[in-house]
Design a protein around this ligand. Structure first.
Ligand code: ZN
Length: 202
């Protein structure tokens, strides 16, 4: 083989190597893009979300201590996880109809957790009958489980209560509650999920 022919063969070989590299690179980019789009849109529907809440036990809720872990979700994610009524209450500051809601007359032993993120919010030991038509408690389970916000809607000045972990609307707090705090945490049932104490020990 003379020098010109050798260079020609070498160039063909190099070209085919470059094509192979290009194919591999394209394949890697497509695969990466597919993984990325899956990571950005985890589909967690209402059923999956309920399954997640149902896995929280009385013991794990009691052991859930102070932390600053914030739960942030896009509006689309909230819509996928919650029913339309839950979304209206938790994400759009809605109020449900008095007396016609799930936990108004509910007095089992257990813990009420946030329907949005599962954070423990109220213990049944602080629940009482306020005759308002909404589930009422004289204190949250931990002081930092809820945050307060000023609410000036409907020509009133009220104190809105939100979940400190996911910032979802829960209800309002008023100062006409019973001892020992004198407070009435007036909540929406749609914002809560009940975890029964059952036969479990403390
Ligand atoms: Zn929450």
């Amino acid at each position: 083989m003379n020098a010109t022919a050798f260079r020609f063969v070498l160039r063909i070989k190099q070209n085919s190597m470059n094509m192979k590299k290009l194919y591999l690179l394209s394949f890697a980019i497509i695969l990466f893009a597919a993984c990325q789009s899956q990571g950005q849109n985890p589909v967690v529907n209402e059923e999956d979300h309920l399954h997640f809440l149902n896995q929280i036990t009385y013991q794990s809720a009691m052991a859930d201590s102070v932390n600053n872990e914030k739960v942030e979700r896009s509006e689309e994610e909230w819509r996928q996880r919650l029913s339309s009524e839950e979304y209206r209450v938790l994400r759009n500051n809605g109020t449900e109809i008095p007396f016609m809601n799930k936990y108004n007359s509910h007095y089992e032993d257990g813990i009420y957790i946030c329907k949005g993120c599962g954070q423990p919010l109220f213990h049944s030991e602080t629940k009482y009958n306020s005759r308002s038509g909404w589930p009422s408690y004289w204190a949250p389970i931990r002081e930092d489980a809820v945050d307060e916000k000023e609410d000036r809607s409907f020509f009133m000045v009220r104190t809105e209560i939100v979940c400190s972990r996911c910032d979802s609307h829960l209800g309002h707090v008023f100062d006409d509650g019973p001892d020992p705090t004198g407070l009435r945490y007036c909540m929406n049932s749609a914002a809560l999920h009940f975890v029964p104490k059952g036969d479990s020990e403390e």
